[in-house]
Design a protein around this ligand. Sequence first.
Ligand code: SF4
Length: 349
Amino acid sequence: MKLLLHTCCAPCSVYCIKSLRGEDIEPTVYWYNPNIHPYMEYKARRDALKQYTESIGVQAIFEEDYGLREFCKNVINDLENRCSKYCYKIRLEQTAKFAKENGYDTFSTTLLISPYQQHEVLKQLGEEVAKKYDLTFLYRDFRPGFREGQKEARELGLYMQKYCGCVFSEEQIFITRTNTKPNLPEGFEFLPVKRNIIINKEKNDKNQYIGLLLEADPSEKMIEKYLIDGEVFVLRYKDDVACIAVVTKLDNDTVELKNIVTKEEFRGKGYAKKMIKYLADNYKQRYKKMLVGTTENNIPFYVKQGFDRYEKTIKNFFIDNYDKEIWDEDLKCTDIYYYSKNLKKKENS
Ligand code: SF4
């Protein structure tokens, strides 16, 4: 098998190459990413990949195209769908074209490792492009190795980017993270927290987060599952955690608030409410709605926070998904109720 591996960056390539080599497949790395802006960022990622591929002795081809203008022209009228409608396509198409012209029989992409990319769309596009060029698309779900690869990349001192690539993804990351925040008393601050601090069993920090999250969701197994893809936010008071929340992405329009809990001594002061406001501000530029699944007792609280649209009920959710009975005060939980909040709606503060 002669494999051309479209490669978006060095950190994502670490696990993919290792895993392919584990299958006795020697890939040729193919750099083609006209979606990375500005130029110094493009150069930093490209040079990191050059350095890394040389260090591990893998063949690498660099297709130089800093395509800022062309990229912007093509995505500007549909920014919401720029990844699936343009960015994935051009990169996969060019990879397949190069593969065909240069005697490769299959191609793949390191984008398949990222939990932030639209995995199923990538798979489908890869297969479509392969058909067009009479090649095969080597599909692998590399996502389980994402954290391991990123950890290794960090240890190797590789350049680690902070956003996906295009100027629009840069805007999303930096503007939404520093957006208007609710007023807080002195000493309090909101902080995004790295998931690996929470999941990593060696870290002392784990207990203070997981312990608190378990108060709202008594299954460590469930919590660890949504922590894999979730974004974690903490409201800190000095060195203490006052409130914590985990949010996951459901689709291009929707995020889900999976867990929110305030530490006992901070309860009754409106911190969960401030956290929800902060999360809504944080996500409103990228998403249209935020979903929450709740027990019956908590519906009034969420409705008050703007989760005023009923979405669905999943019957027997707490019976089917938890090992033991779940009680919310004196109510035995069986069904879960989903409500959503319109993030685009203007709110009274
Ligand atoms: S967010 Fe990433 S995948 Fe989507 S268009 Fe921008 S660079 Fe491409």
